[in-house]
Design a protein around this ligand. Structure first.
Ligand code: C2E
Ligand code: MG
Ligand code: MG
Ligand code: MG
Length: 285
């Protein structure tokens, strides 16, 4: 509201806004410390195929702070993004993913699994991004095809040529790109044929109401059809119930992620279970 009033207007802040600004500044300082002291952790959430076999998983950041308690990524990632802390933090995530893939490559059960990580726009905009990923893959002797980079549609809008160049370089190495939260962004569909994308990740907002909202079911079906026609893998995220999975299967979906198969847990929690069986029991967590 203050913005809309124009630059000449006096900005009015209510106490609540002041609090959130303070919280943000404090969070930023605490996050900087946490990154320095390696207090963030990566959790893993499995993904399964049509036969309920685990294909790999997504790494998700977790931060337990002494002062703030458990801070959700939806709160600290934007702080990391606006402060620039996302660059060292994101590099750490890339390195951890490569180290994990190297570790898994020595185990016959785990060596085929994919690891997906989330890439923020500011991180991707770093001129050194491609070289950093490539050097990590090399340093840990990782098969690039095991690493999936999740990006969002909105970061495809600006600097399209630079984006194409960067994505092409990495995809030529074998790295796979996934479009996270697909269907919620602002990019035109034209980029789908210009960019080397491997996977579409149906946003969980469409999955949550797929049983009750016919519009969401139609959207899911459309995304699945789009994927089939363009030769892209499609995965549904946020699957919580067997009934949702059933509906998604009817709509043609063949890959799934969600609490139904398992919550994000410390990496070793899942690695131990994957080593025993790549079939996760739906009622296990
Ligand atoms: P995302 O990449 O779309 O990740 C999926 C989110 O949905 C995760 O939330 C996950 O815990 C949650 N989720 C998974 N299955 C279910 C389900 O069945 N039901 C429900 N209700 N939720 C489910 P999380 O871990 O809180 O992460 C939120 C967002 O924060 C992520 O969304 C991603 O955009 C961002 N994020 C997390 N880790 C990183 C990271 O390492 N780097 C970057 N740049 N962003 C990250
Ligand atoms: Mg993601
Ligand atoms: Mg998502
Ligand atoms: Mg998201």
């Amino acid at each position: 509201e203050a913005k809309r009033a124009g630059s000449g207007a006096i900005r009015m802040f209510n106490p609540e806004m002041q609090l959130s600004i303070n919280r943000r500044l404090h969070l930023e300082a605490a996050l900087r410390r946490a990154i320095d002291e390696r207090q963030l952790e990566l959790y893993l959430q499995p993904q399964v195929d049509h036969a309920s076999k685990v294909t790999g998983g997504e790494l998700l950041l977790r931060w337990q702070d002494d002062e703030f308690g458990q801070v959700p990524p939806n709160e600290f990632i934007p702080v990391a993004e606006s402060s620039g802390l996302i660059v060292p933090l994101g590099n750490w995530v890339i390195e951890q993913a490569c180290a994990l893939l190297q570790q898994w490559s020595t185990d016959s059960q785990l060596r085929e699994l994919q690891v997906a990580i989330n890439i923020s726009p500011r991180q991707f905009r770093q001129p050194s991004f491609v070289d950093y990923v490539a050097s990590c893959l090399q340093r840990y002797a990782v098969l690039p095809g095991r690493l999936e980079l999740e990006i969002t549609e909105n970061m495809l809008i600006e600097n399209v040529d630079v984006t194409i160049e960067r994505m092409s370089k990495l995809s030529q190495l074998g790295v796979r790109f996934s479009l996270d939260d697909f269907g919620t962004g602002y990019a035109s569909l034209a980029y789908l044929k210009r960019l080397p994308i491997y996977q579409l990740k149906i946003d969980q907002s469409f999955v949550g109401d797929v049983l009750t909202d016919v519009n969401d079911a139609v959207i899911v079906e459309t995304i699945v059809g789009l994927g089939e026609n363009l030769g892209l893998e499609v995965v549904a995220e946020g699957v919580e119930t067997a009934a949702q999975e059933h509906a998604l299967r009817e709509l043609g979906c063949r890959k799934f992620q969600g609490f139904l198969y398992g919550r994000p847990q410390p990496i070793n929690y899942w690695a131990e279970r994957f080593t025993t069986s790549l079939h996760v029991a739906a009622d296990e967590t």
